[in-house]
Design a binder for this molecule. Structure first.
Ligand code: TPP
Ligand code: MG
Length: 625
């Protein structure tokens, strides 16, 4: 897709318009001549260095923000950013890991590749966790590593690191820019690989000396591929025969179920899945990352399957279904409870996925449809004649009865226990989240409780939980990315004290940028999830069953207040309601330090834990008799 200047003269001219000002300000630039009028002029007439050209291309790709951390090797890039009035806005972060989490969250909400820039060595290494999470969660992301100059390679140069090698296992594309002429094509490849196929991470190591070099005009085009400015850059779908066969089998089912995973959200398949489900009256369950594909209040929205935060009626439906359509779901360990649910061979399975390494990978499936989730579901829906709709009413009625019973029980079990129970916090939040909102959650207490109990009232609202690695410390940077993705939308962050310890530095970023966000800190003075897990597995000889999981008890609102963030200490239901009322009414960052009951003292809805403790209780009961 590389195009020479001559063949793309019009676009090329447009891309260079307005660059005179940039070039004049870049250090080392001599005389400058506009590219727009000199498409075939000689090299000496050009004066745009690599950094400025990179910024121009990012702008043309409609990159709005670059999340980054300064370092010894970023000077060329920062000069170019500062000099270009049209450059993407730079968001300075306090830690590269957080910078990537911000970009990841921004990308999850916009579909546009999140762009991050970091310095060499330590900066690149600190970026690694977020790159891995984005890549494995099929989130389009571009990491730019401002690397040491080429002359320093192999010579004991401070911060030298084989960047491309380091990231290769966790990225769609990695490359070190070796020559200035190749910059445009390498940037295009980075966007193409981040946004196309199964979206993921692209990592470019950019030696700083190359960024200072002058970009030659001859044979180089700064054009961009607009379709790669957003993922998915193209939508593939299976052929007609495969679609017809799969649909015929689905229509012959007696108890069908759709399971939407994170891929359905990545593909923007929400409307397609809802309309397909409505057309045929098929209930829809979701995985943790598939939440939001159908709105919480929809009559066909059954709830969440999987080990963590599941709804019992959704699991029941999964077990009872005779035909399951998985849309953009990896069918991994959590969604299938380690390959036990649904039971293998008992249920016919249709799996729709963009990735060959995912399709039919953990289950032998009856229909493997390779394609983009939205395009494939739309194609199926287009073939499903409304008249062909089978009578599945008895099946959906059974599920709905169970769903109503669950929510009735949940409401009656709510009370103002002290310390506050996590579901009580979710209930108070749900009552305030009727409009459009983006909720960003960490692992630990928030995940099972938000998944099970948080209900979002607007079909455009999203609950984002980074699930491939579930790394702690995502939510606090995540809310910053969410704010920039949709500045008009209310943002809420949910995180435990373990997560806070790993991301507290970004409270300064939130304060500095005055991000209006409601931060809800689940303070249980421990790594609660692990403490609970230890208790689940504790030998009967160990009364307490825990080791190295407790923190000191602190009033953590003080931490937020250091940065001038309004802080609330919440110890009971009255405090909670009052603090939330105030925080949602304000248009500024607010931090609620909520003292909650520990999930190690009363286990959260995690199926494998509940099963194990029930089995142990049974054994103990048998032993006593
Ligand atoms: C980076 C990272 N390290 C370790 C873990 C393992 N881990 C999962 S949950 C958890 C405890 C979380 O503690 P906290 O944030 O306080 O939440 P809580 O479980 O107490 O609600 C840990 C350590 C992880 N998910 N990510
Ligand atoms: Mg904790």
């Amino acid at each position: 897709v590389l195009t020479g200047i001559g063949r793309k003269r019009d676009r090329h001219s447009r891309h260079f318009a307005g660059m005179g000002a940039i070039a004049e300000q870049i250090a080392g630039c001599g005389q400058y001549e506009s590219y727009g009028t000199h498409g075939t002029s000689s090299q000496k007439e050009s004066c745009v260095n690599g950094a400025a050209a990179l910024i121009t291309m990012l702008t043309q790709y409609q990159v709005e923000y670059i999340f980054g951390v300064p370092g010894d090797t970023n000077v060329a890039l920062y000069q170019a950013l500062k000099a270009d009035a049209n450059a993407p806005r730079h968001i300075m972060c306090r830690d590269e890991r957080s910078a990537v989490f911000m970009a990841d969250c921004y990308a999850r909400l916009t579909g546009k590749p999140g762009v991050v820039e970091v310095p060499s060595g330590a900066g690149a290494m600190y970026a690694l966790p977020g790159v891995a999470e984005a890549d494995r969660s099929s989130v389009p992301l571009i990491l730019l590593v401002n690397d040491i100059p080429r002359s320093g390679v192999g010579r004991g140069t401070l911060t030298e690191l084989p960047v491309a090698d380091l990231f290769r296992p966790i990225a769609n594309y990695c490359e070190t820019l070796s020559q200035i002429e190749k910059l445009p094509e390498v940037v295009r490849r980075a966007f193409r690989c981040a946004a196309g196929g199964r979206p993921g991470a692209s990592v470019l190591a950019l030696p700083e000396d190359v960024l200072y070099e002058t970009l030659p005009i001859e044979g180089v085009s700064l054009h961009v591929e607009e379709r790669c400015a957003r993922a998915p850059s193209h939508r593939s779908r299976p052929d007609d025969r495969e679609l017809d066969e799969a649909l015929a089998a689905l229509l012959s089912a007696r108890r069908p179920l759709i399971v939407a995973g994170g891929g359905a959200n990545r593909s923007g398949a929400q409307t397609a899945v809802r309309e397909f489900a409505e057309r045929l009256s098929i209930p829809v369950a979701v995985t943790i990352t598939g939440q939001g594909v159908v709105p919480d209040g929809h009559p066909l929205a059954i709830g969440v399957i999987g080990d963590n935060g599941f709804h019992p009626h959704a699991l029941w439906a999964l077990e009872e279904a005779d035909f399951i359509v998985y849309v953009g779901c990896r069918m991994g360990s959590v969604a299938t409870m380690n390959g036990t649910s649904p039971k293998k061979k008992q249920t016919r399975i249709l799996q729709i996925d963009i990735a060959d390494d995912t399709l039919a990978n953990t289950y032998e499936v009856d229909f493997a449809l390779a394609g983009d989730a939205r395009a494939t579901v739309e194609a199926l829906a287009g073939r499903a004649q409304p008249g062909a709709r089978p009578d599945w009413i008895a099946w959906t009625t059974q599920i709905n009865r169970r769903r109503s019973a669950f929510w009735d029980d949940a409401a009656s079990a709510l009370h103002d226990h002290v310390p506050l129970r996590p579901e009580r916090v979710m209930d108070a939040l749900s009552r305030r989240l009727k409009g459009r909102v983006n909720v960003i959650s960490d692992a630990g207490t928030p995940t099972p409780y938000a998944t099970r109990f948080l209900t979002l009232g607007d079909s455009r609202s999203r609950l984002i939980i980074p699930r491939f690695f579930g790394g702690l410390g995502y939510a606090i940077p995540g809310v910053i990315g969410a704010h920039f993705a949709e500045p008009e939308t209310q943002v809420v962050g949910l995180f435990g004290d373990g997560s806070l310890g790993m991301s507290a530095g970004e409270l300064e970023t939130i304060a500095r940028l005055q991000i209006p966000v409601v931060l809800v800190h689940f303070n249980n003075a421990c790594f609660g999830w692990i403490k609970a897990l230890q208790r689940v597995h504790a030998p009967s000889t160990d009364n307490d069953g825990v080791f190295q999981v407790d923190f000191g008890k602190h009033d953590m609102r003080n931490l937020a207040q250091v940065y001038g963030i309004r802080g609330y200490r919440v110890e009971n239901a009255d405090d909670l309601e009052a603090a939330l009322d105030e925080a949602f009414a304000l248009n500024e960052p607010c931090f609620l330090d909520v003292v909650v009951e520990s999930i190690a003292d009363r286990f959260p809805p995690v199926m494998s834990w509940l099963k194990r403790t029930a089995a142990r209780a049974n054994e103990a009961g048998v032993a006593q008799h």
